[in-house]
Design a protein around this ligand. Structure first.
Ligand SMILES: *Cc1c(COP(=O)(O)O)cnc(C)c1O
Length: 235
């Protein structure tokens, strides 16, 4: 199957999942995860009107999107993978959103690098909701502390938009659902505490579990394999 066909299938599946869940399909954005896929695959998706992409390694993203952003300035990139401090400088240059903010140290570095560029960047707080994922804020208190520092004006170049999580890799649908509903609950509680921020984005759902994520309120699904095929970990 081609990227074009896969993309159409995924778009229809998202639409159907929204309708089944009684939601407006326009509430759910598709982040096409192009990691480990070549530049040409991204071009194919852009030809079909897909403009939002996700990558999890900064070096790879930088090489790929240097070309893409020249040719298609309207294309947008989210960083979705765990981010080392020394990669932040490049990450904030190429991305419109860092979805994987998992510690306060990272906020500090994002602020520092964005201040140099005079750029404001969107961030999502990654939350550890399932046993198997390693990164993410661990609980309500640590998320609260991070948002409290934002609202105290410590990170003026950082724009908190919401939350991100990865469900555990399991066939147990209820465990997956629990992971997503946990994220939604955190978001609802924190929205009340920090009403100056929109905090509307819930980035949850991947190729294997996006239907459940949409049922649980996802506003952003990050889909790689179902669009681009299996990843080749070669280049
Ligand atoms: C790779 C990746 C995805 C996409 O996973 P697929 O199963 O290929 O759809 C989504 N989110 C994150 C954080 C990823 O690293």
């Amino acid at each position: 199957m081609s990227v074009k066909e896969n993309l159409n299938t995924v778009r229809n599946q998202i639409k159907e999942a929204c309708i089944n869940a009684g939601r407006n399909p326009e509430e759910v954005k598709l982040v096409a995860v192009s990691k480990f896929h070549p530049y040409e695959a991204v071009e194919e998706a852009i030809a079909e009107g897909q403009l939002l992409f996700g990558e999890n390694r900064v070096q790879e993203a930088k090489e790929k999107f240097a070309i893409i952003s020249n040719k298609h300035p309207e294309a947008e990139l989210h960083i979705i993978g765990s981010l080392q401090r020394n990669k932040v400088k490049d990450a904030v240059k190429i991305a419109s959103c860092i979805e994987s903010v998992d510690r306060i140290e990272l906020l500090e570095e994002i602020e520092k690098q964005c201040a140099k560029l005079d750029k404001k960047i969107d961030v999502l707080f990654e939350v550890h909701t399932g046993e198997e994922s390693k990164s993410g804020f661990e609980d309500f208190t640590s998320l609260y502390q991070a948002l409290e520092m934002c609202s105290a004006g410590k990170f003026p170049h950082v724009n908190p938009k919401g939350f991100m999580t990865m469900a555990p890799f399991t066939d147990d649908k209820e465990l997956i659902r629990k992971s997503f509903s946990t994220l939604r609950q955190y978001a609802e509680d924190l929205k009340k505490e920090f009403s100056q921020y929109e905090l509307t984005e819930l980035s949850m759902g991947m190729s294997g579990d996006f239907k459940i994520a949409i049922e649980e309120g996802s506003t952003m699904v990050r889909i790689g394999t179902s669009i681009f095929g299996q990843r080749q970990y070669l280049f």
